[in-house]
Design a protein around this ligand. Structure first.
Ligand SMILES: Cc1cc2nc3c(=O)[nH]c(=O)nc-3n(C[C@H](O)[C@H](O)[C@H](O)COP(=O)(O)OP(=O)(O)OC[C@H]3O[C@@H](n4cnc5c(N)ncnc54)[C@H](O)[C@@H]3O)c2cc1C
Ligand code: FES
Length: 282
């Protein structure tokens, strides 16, 4: 019964979109702009599940940007890394093609604490294809008069994208590259200070594990110095089936038990997540 309700509730989130433009940001990453006649309001951190011709399962992508016109139509941007058959096919679709999408899905970032305490500058840490949801987040923060500090991590200079777009929003941007070929050499996490009140991160598992470790340390610093507890939000990825809570294909372990990345997530507080796999990342 619960599954039927979930499926029915998602039918309302199904819409058709027209590909307005596909443009390469790097050799691996492209920006896809979609036009939708109608699309509900979305929060940064939510995602859409796109149907790609020839592929049975929809593919999830974070909403990178959303602009609503006066007539209510919406231009939706997603940023996609070509990693397999679905994303390669998606990137080759001609402008004007129609695709089906479900969204907005998932919970999105929680900005309540930020609104209440504008003095604490939020830090946004993004790695590789985890950067897209942070763009809409930065935009929402700037719209509230809060200037975030953004650190974007890439493997090398040729993988860098969207740094200028974040800067144009008014964010303070640092770029790191693992091979030192652009910006600050090292990982995006290297800019994290001893303590910060609000941190948002999205990227590879190894990066998120470093942020989680940092968060535990920052919580201790907060206790010792009577600072507010840090709130550290991680946007996770998981292999997905349905994308709306029905198939249980995307569950992860949390302090509350098993939770679905697509429904209870993709954004989780760092202190609540048990990562299944340990990856080494400096
Ligand atoms: C909530 C959410 C938001 C996402 N946002 C973005 C985004 O903004 N931009 C973006 O480029 N990608 C994003 N992804 C990942 C994206 O959905 C996958 O890269 C895509 O589905 C791969 O499809 P494919 O057919 O090209 O690759 P496949 O042939 O299905 O797989 C190719 C390779 O990618 C890996 N892969 C596939 N799906 C995932 C996944 N969900 N997570 C991690 N690895 C995966 C596979 O293990 C395999 O190694 C997101 C995933 C989730 C769950
Ligand atoms: S993808 Fe089906 S429950 Fe999350």
């Amino acid at each position: 019964m619960k599954t039927v309700q979930l499926v029915e509730s998602q039918i309302e989130l199904r819409t058709r979109a027209r590909i307005l433009e596909i443009s390469d940001l790097t050799s691996q990453i492209f920006l896809l702009k979609l036009g939708c006649e109608r699309f509900p309001d979305a929060r940064a951190g939510q995602f859409v599940n796109l149907s790609i011709p020839g592929f049975f399962l929809r593919r999830p992508f974070a909403i990178a940007d959303l602009r609503r016109d006066a007539d209510g139509s919406v231009e939706l941007s997603v940023i996609v890394a070509r990693v397999g058959g679905g994303t390669i096919t998606l990137g080759d679709l001609p402008a004007g093609s129609e695709i089906s999408l479900l969204g907005p899905l998932g919970n999105g970032f929680d900005l309540q604490q930020i609104v209440a305490e504008q003095s604490a500058q939020p830090i946004l840490i993004g790695g590789g294809s985890g950067i897209p949801p942070l763009y809409l987040l930065a935009k929402e923060l700037v719209a509230r008069g809060i200037k975030p500090q953004v650190c974007l991590g890439f493997r090398s200079a040729d993988a860098v994208y969207f740094a200028a777009e974040f800067a144009e929003l008014g964010a303070a941007v640092t770029v790191t590259t693992e091979d030192g070929s652009f910006g600050v050499p090292g990982y995006a996490t290297s800019i994290l200070p001893q303590y910060a009140q609000n941190v948002f991160a999205c990227g590879p598992l190894g990066m998120l594990q470093v942020v989680q470790k940092w968060a535990a340390h920052a919580a201790t610093v907060a206790l010792q110095t009577a600072m507010p507890k840090p709130k550290v939000q991680l946007s996770l990825e998981a292999h997905m089936g349905c994308g709306f809570g029905a198939c249980l294909g995307c569950t992860i372990n949390t302090v509350r038990g098993l939770e679905r990345v697509c429904l209870e997530g993709p954004v989780f507080e760092s202190k609540d997540v048990y990562f299944a796999k340990q990856e080494v990342h400096a």
